[in-house]
Design a protein around this ligand. Structure first.
Ligand SMILES: [Zn+2]
Length: 655
């Protein structure tokens, strides 16, 4: 076929621009790129496409995305990265991400990308073999990277399963003309040294590139420093991850000059994702500096759940604009550079520089044709040779794309998708959205299920307790019990406890407590800090003999995130703070394990001293025996039953 009459923007090494140019495509490849006159003198075709008033460009390359996440587009927005990812996206992914989800989400993404002039993309997700099927069917070119995590993934219980899956995936797809299958350790923080090395070995065995998220947030860098004593790039270099033939590092927002030198030396390509970095407040990647150091920087949209689209025209424009902000320099990343990042640099990042990324004879015909004269892009000047790049980067919209051709095949002609039944895909996507929405709505009303959703993979336990709490006059009466002949003291600890309670508008939702336990040593110095989350339902199970409670079923999980995370995630109606000093003895009374707590409330400050006697239990008959032992211990202590308190500290502190 011949596309003729438009402005051909080749993006080749000489940045040739041919006004009234043409390209000839023979089978899958570009046979000629020249003026209309020269091409028509040499080539004839029944398919002669008039491109007057249009730009003819290499197809754009989206260097980093997660295409099936189109189905999660708009699900949870305006949240911090950790809350967004661990609180919403990952729990929903565990529940919904299956083969058909990935196929459908990929097809929707391909429809969007074809409409937006993207002909190649690099993906990192789960069930990549399904993504490969859908991509090949849509006719796009892709580097598809199966994600490896140290935690269970939607398509694998363990990372060994993920690696086995990846190996099969690579074996099955590596000869495909459009698809390059490979491996993607998700990020250093979501992997271990061992999993990263195994990914590297797999990539080396097949001579494939690796995709990974690097230094997306400040916190990631700080955590890496705390854990390994190095920032992210030197650490991945030292464990040998950069030894593979090309690493595509997504984001690279928080990297310094030393890290850039390492990346340059190891030929690492960067996938700059401006929208996602802005939306999640991750920061602005030092793109101008990386380019100046000779690093190959490409552009990616990141997943459509954090962007929220796959619009490479928008990303190019943002890449050019953001680079001018810090340090302030309007000459940084000019329009031509931005277009190069989205085309030739993208091809190099994906190791497809021999294949695509520019309009050159011998490369595959990945070509888009874009309307040059819509109202938002008129008029045109011919004063400056580079004006065409400004038009394309600063004024062109993805909706201006008229034709998309990949591998010599029409994917969209006159804005009609030729490989995808778009109406069907949009309908099916809405059906999935309704299912996901129903799941989240149900979960949002129940703090316990929200807690479980972010505590997966960690130890958790539901427990029942028999307990009594009473006011005492003096601390030393505890000694009477501890020295009693039926008592054996197993362990003594001294804590300061800082509790934050999340309360919900509907009391029946129960409450969530975030507790920081500071264990103090003999000199009252902090010996250990532990943070835990406890969910308490508001039901009191049973009362024994007017004061001993068989208490609430509770759900306890280690708090692996900061308090701020849980506050943003649970969005409580209100919060209460409770601080107390606690001395705790683990004792055996008649051979049965009990805990004795001697508590003083520091905030709100209260002068009373409280004693708590409690034991875990698992059956009603067990609870009854333990309740009778607690009664005996109260008698030993000489505690009057009128001094018993059946409320929580929180409740009577409030009163
Ligand atoms: Zn990403």
């Amino acid at each position: 076929m011949i596309l003729s009459g438009g402005t051909v923007v080749t993006m080749d090494a000489d940045y040739r621009v041919l006004r009234d140019g043409a390209i000839a495509i023979v089978e899958h490849k570009i046979a000629a790129v020249d003026t209309r006159e020269a091409v028509l003198a040499e080539y004839h075709s029944d398919t002669l496409v008039n491109c007057e008033g249009q730009y003819i460009l290499p197809g754009l390359i989206n260097a980093h995305t997660h295409v099936p996440m189109t189905l999660l587009r708009g699900l949870a927005d305006d949240l911090r990265l950790d809350v967004w990812l661990m609180g919403y996206i990952m729990p929903v992914e565990r529940e919904f991400v299956r083969e058909d989800f990935c196929r459908l989400g990929t097809t929707l993404a391909c429809a969007e990308m074809i409409r937006g002039g993207v002909t190649s993309f690099a993906d990192m997700y789960y069930f990549e073999a399904e993504i490969a099927e859908a991509t090949a069917q849509a006719g796009l070119r892709a580097l598809l990277c199966e994600s490896i995590l140290k935690f269970p993934a939607p398509d694998a219980e363990t990372y060994e399963d993920s690696l086995a899956y990846t190996r099969d995936f690579i074996e099955k797809w590596r000869e495909h003309p459009l698809i390059t299958p490979t491996v993607a350790p998700h990020a250093p923080y979501s992997n271990t040294e061992e999993t990263l090395k195994r990914c590297r070995d797999l990539a080396l065995a097949y001579n494939l590139p690796i995709m990974i998220h690097i230094a997306e947030t400040r916190r990631e860098v700080d955590d890496n420093l705390a854990e390994y004593g190095k920032t992210v790039v030197p650490w991945v270099k030292d464990i040998g991850l950069l030894d593979v033939n090309r690493v595509i590092a997504a984001h690279c927002v928080h990297i310094d000059e030393h890290e850039m030198r390492i990346m340059h030396k190891y030929n690492v390509s960067v996938a700059h994702c401006p929208s996602a970095n802005l939306k999640l407040s991750s920061g602005i990647a030092p793109v101008a500096q990386m380019l100046a150091m000779g690093i190959n920087v490409a552009i990616g949209t990141d997943g459509p759940a954090s962007n929220n689209d796959l619009d490479m025209f928008e990303e190019m424009r943002l890449a050019a604009l953001l680079a001018k902000v810090t340090p302030p320099d309007p000459t940084a990343v000019p329009a031509r550079t931005a277009l190069q990042m989205a085309t030739r640099n993208g091809a190099r990042a994906l190791r497809l520089e021999q294949v695509t990324g520019s309009l050159e004879v011998g490369k595959f015909a990945d070509v888009i044709v874009v309307d040059a004269n819509p109202a938002h892009n008129a008029p045109h000047f011919d004063v400056n040779e580079d004006a065409v790049y400004s038009q394309l980067v600063y004024a062109t919209k993805s909706a201006d794309v008229r034709h998309t051709i990949c591998h010599g095949r029409w994917l969209m002609r006159d804005r009609e998708l030729l490989t995808i039944d778009e109406a069907r895909v949009l309908h099916e996507a809405q059906v999935v959205a309704q299912e996901v929405g129903a799941f989240l709505k149900a979960r949002e009303q129940n703090p316990l299920s929200k807690l479980i959703a972010v505590s997966l993979g960690v130890e958790r336990a539901e427990s029942f307790e028999v307990q009594v709490k009473a006011v005492i006059d003096r601390a030393d009466i505890v000694e009477v019990l501890l020295n009693h002949e039926a008592v054996e003291v197993a362990r003594t600890v001294h804590y300061k406890q800082y509790d934050t309670y999340f309360l919900f508008a509907n009391e029946s939702y129960g409450r969530v407590r975030y507790r920081e336990d500071y264990r103090l040593d003999a000199k009252d110095d902090v010996a250990q800090v532990r943070t835990r989350l406890t969910y308490t339902s508001m039901d009191k199970e049973r009362t024994f003999s007017d004061m001993i409670l068989l208490s609430r079923s509770r759900f306890i999980a280690p708090a692996t995130q900061p308090l701020r995370f849980y506050r943003e995630y649970f969005q409580p109606a209100s919060e209460r703070i409770l601080e107390k000093e606690r001395r705790r003895w683990r004792i055996l009374y008649k051979g049965v394990l009990f805990f004795v707590n001697l508590d003083r409330l520091l905030k709100p400050a209260m002068s009373d001293l409280y004693i708590e006697l409690k034991a875990r239990t698992w059956s009603l008959s067990d609870a009854e025996i333990k309740a009778s032992y607690i009664r005996e211990m109260l008698e030993i202590l000489g505690v009057d039953r009128t001094k018993a308190v059946t409320q929580d500290y929180l409740e009577f502190a409030e009163a």
